[in-house]
Design a protein around this ligand. Structure first.
Ligand code: IPM
Ligand code: MN
Length: 367
């Protein structure tokens, strides 16, 4: 069941179509609720007069264990009418692997056709990473991960399951339509004023000669439409080396679903850890969902030690997607301020509690 709607008292500015923005909130499992609490605190501090209704969804492990439901159709239908969704994290050791990941998270991504997984890899001021040789400006890229097909499509199956001659097939699905729309999105993104107009395809064309070939051909074809964007190609394994050795060579990266999943975890580590890496599942013409890219962090749950900046950053991305650039910029400034305060920050170690970090962002964003 979807739950109550927040009530607001201040004078409010409505969205372009004259109603409050309707934002879905899926707090989810593990540390999800803790980071979402901070994200909502920040949202409230920066929204000024923007009218926002929060629509809470009771989804995740508890719901599943209680009712056997992962994502009821009614909830999905409600989501279709929203302006955006904020997700904490899903996954729980009490639930078999794949249940919540496939039937909840991936189902939302696929059903709402959120075909872009946008993952900025930005090293904020003062943040230390595991690569001491990186200077302040070295890490500033955006990974445009294909989010609707590839190895994630669920195509495959078992043959002779459970026998010694068992076969397991998991196919990578790459459609011309799917590849073209993600590559086009990446080219457009590279043209944004804040980008350096450089697009790198990351794949494995030397081995994945069908899927990789389609990606490379589409990039080659579209270069004619984007003469002011330079292009490059890097194998995914080499990309891992460059992330550590020479991250400044990347501006915008376009890659498939699985490669994008993997390299953005590495990307998170060169930006300061999973605690600050935010991402968006975007349908440019539909409902987008924003989330910290890390998981549920079971070992941190309930301790008030999890870093909420990734969830805060996801909230900033949501506002930017809604066109509320001013509020998004305030969140960005708040994160930068918090990062300078947490100058000793390393992955898994903050020196501040979860809510104190939220307060730092609010303090800077409120000015
Ligand atoms: C991510 C996660 C998900 C993914 C899992 C939980 C299905 O790792 O958002 O990167 O692989 O996309
Ligand atoms: Mn991942």
């Amino acid at each position: 069941m979807t739950a109550a709607v927040a009530t607001e008292v201040r004078p409010e500015r409505l969205s372009a179509d004259q109603r409050p923005y309707r934002i879905g909130v899926i707090r989810g499992d593990g540390t999800g609720p803790e980071v979402i609490a901070e994200a909502l605190k920040v949202l409230d501090a920066v929204r000024d007069d923007i009218a926002i209704e929060l629509i809470e969804f009771d989804l995740g492990a508890d719901r599943y264990l209680r009712t056997g439901q992962t994502l009821p159709d009614e909830d999905l239908e409600t989501m279709r009418g929203l302006d955006g969704i904020l997700l904490g994290a899903v996954g729980d050791p009490r639930v078999p692997p794949g249940v919540l990941e496939r039937d909840l998270l991936l189902r939302i991504r696929f059903a709402l056709d959120q075909f872009v997984n946008l993952r900025p890899v930005i090293r904020f001021p003062g943040v230390q990473t595991l690569v001491p040789s990186h200077a302040e400006d070295d890490v500033n890229m955006v990974v445009v991960r294909e989010n609707s097909e590839g190895l994630y499509s669920g195509v495959g199956g078992f043959h002779r399951k459970g026998t010694r001659h068992e076969v397991a097939v998991q196919s990578s699905v790459n459609t011309r339509h799917g590849v073209e729309r993600i590559v086009r999105y990446a080219f457009e993104y590279a043209k944004r004023p804040e980008r350096r107009r450089h697009l790198t395809l990351v794949h494995k064309t030397n081995v994945l000669t069908f899927a990789g070939d389609l990606y490379q051909r589409v990039v080659n074809e579209l270069t004619a439409e984007y003469p002011d964007v330079t292009t490059d190609y890097v194998h995914v394994d080499s990309a891992c080396i460059y992330f550590l050795d020479q991250p400044s060579r990347f501006d915008v990266i376009v890659t498939d679903n699985m490669f994008g999943d993997i390299i953005t975890d590495l990307g998170a580590m060169i930006q300061g850890g999973m605690g600050i890496a935010a991402g968006g599942n975007i349908n440019p013409n539909g409902v987008s969902m924003f989330e910290p890219i890390g998981g549920t962090a079971p070992s941190e749950t309930g301790k008030g030690t999890i870093n909420p900046l990734a969830a805060v950053g996801a909230t900033g991305m949501l506002l930017a997607q809604l066109g509320e650039e001013r509020a998004a910029a305030r969140i960005d400034a708040g994160i930068r301020f918090a990062c300078t305060k947490l100058a000793s920050m390393r992955a898994g170690e903050m020196g501040y509690s979860t809510s104190e970090v939220g307060d730092l962002v609010v303090e800077a964003a409120s000015q």
